[in-house]
Design a protein around this ligand. Sequence first.
Ligand code: ADP
Ligand code: MG
Length: 609
Amino acid sequence: MTSIRPLPDLLVSQIAAGEVIERPAAALKELVENSLDAGAGEVRVELEEGGIRLIRVSDDGIGIAGDELPLALARHATSKIGSLAELERVASLGFRGEALASIAAVSRLTLASRRADAAHAWRIAAQDGVLAPVEPAALAKGTVVEVRDLFFNTPARRKFLKTAATEYGHCEEALRRLALARPERVFELRHNGRVVWRLPAQDAHARGLALLGEGFAEAARGLDEAVAGLRISGLVGLPAYSRAGRDAQYLFVNRRFVRDKLLNHAVREAYRDVLHHDRHPAYLLFIELPPEQVDVNVHPAKTEVRFRDAQAVHRFVFHALQRALGRAVDRPLPEAAHHESGPAPGYGRPAGPGAGHGGGGGRGPGVFGAGWPRQTGFALAREPANAYLAMVQDALQPGAAPAPDTVRFESDPALPPPLGYAIGQLGGLYVLAENAQGLVVVDMHAAHERIVYERLKAELDACRLERQALLIPLVFAASPIEMATAEACAETLAAMGVELAPVSPTHLALRALPALLAQADGEALARALLRDLAEHGQSEALTARRNELLATLACHGAVRAHRKLTLPEMNALLRDMETTLRADQCNHGRPTWFALSLAELDRMFMRGR
Ligand code: ADP
Ligand code: MG
């Protein structure tokens, strides 16, 4: 047994480093954050072998005085906060004062810097925790940090590094997050001598395009809403652009990249209506609020945050996104709907004075300036269907009242409505219609399901869900689980307009349904609802599950495939689609219709016109 003694300093730093610097990308992130905190307008990153061999970060920021260079490499030395009060409203990216010390403990590090008022630059080198004396260096401005041979003296950690290609991928991703958050700064990335990115100072939209690809930007909607010091702006990907994985999810709080359970949940909820549960949405979102409303000091890697009023933030994000997604295929909302005024219910304190660099404090122009596109058009501008969507939009403009179909039918019979008139039914699944441009094909079940769903939701929201009592109760044999669920969830069911009660130990009776579902197969519908409820139990509140239950109802209430529709029925469906929010996507995010213009048909048949 050995006696108790303090750990050597170097070992302490190496242990600390293990917590925050697990791979080159983590070191890179710390270095670039330092550059950003130093007010750099331009950050250059050079990597060799995925950052394992070399990470060099150069900036044109304020620099470090020669006599402070040793301090910059000391643990718990920082220029960014000096008191607990400051910690509470920290706006800089770093503040723990341990990144440089940690990296220096596990690499060969040199730091060269020059302040604007200095006659020349100074540099310091560190290896194995020993600092070489500060010496003069040549550098025009700013700071250059060089990190070579990461983990050369901690073989156990080095073993965990992956291939250079993999480590490079992590580095690129880390830098992408930082560059997305700071579009006004210039970034350059080189790997093994080759330039990978050269990003000029630009607006957030252009930066998003440059880093996330045009495909995303085209299939996304802009949003920008603010309320009482809380602001959200950015781009939400349309359901059609959903992914199998969670890549392409960028969420920033006060320009800090976060992966936060609460926020993720709010986003997921907003997409729930339009996205199948095993698909993942793509988004680039910036949330800004006064720094004292959010604690970023939760986790060393700092990707989690804690909000003072988590519920208010959740509500705000959820509603803003839901509106943006709803608008995506609906008419543009009038300006008033952007909620610039009025406090968010329950949202803590009003915005404090703006923070220094870093948090936008929810004031001023926000991350997204005026250049950010509003959701006035449709992203899939090149898609043929777009022309029709635009027509639907036009028809639904506030000025176009009364109802567009009345206008089109009565005052100008020569002009067909946007989705046209039905010609017939194909394969028992599709309604074919002719409009001014050509052919419209509708997936009748999916489209009807969407309509029923939106109407149910609207009726419930307005607290006037119309119920229809069955003349003769529908009695059916039920399993013990179904019996138990019906009893336990009677209230939830009643709230959705479904009256279902035991009539014997083995039988249930359905006595009422939402009127919209009067045509549905009551027994199948009741069983599906019970299955849904049983799966999730009573734990989740009705509000959280409501829309899922409505979707189940809608699916059963919608016309079944292979049902013969009459022409007037088909036309009624088309008119309903034109007036229903989000009618071009079914509940699972599938499209519900598409169009083929005469010009496209001509091209197919090689007909010159
Ligand atoms: P922290 O960022 O948490 O303060 P670091 O260990 O990352 O801790 O950096 C220590 C200090 O070194 C910083 O507080 C800052 O004063 C200085 N520093 C580090 N990098 C730079 C840079 N690129 N430009 C100017 N100062 C820097
Ligand atoms: Mg730092």
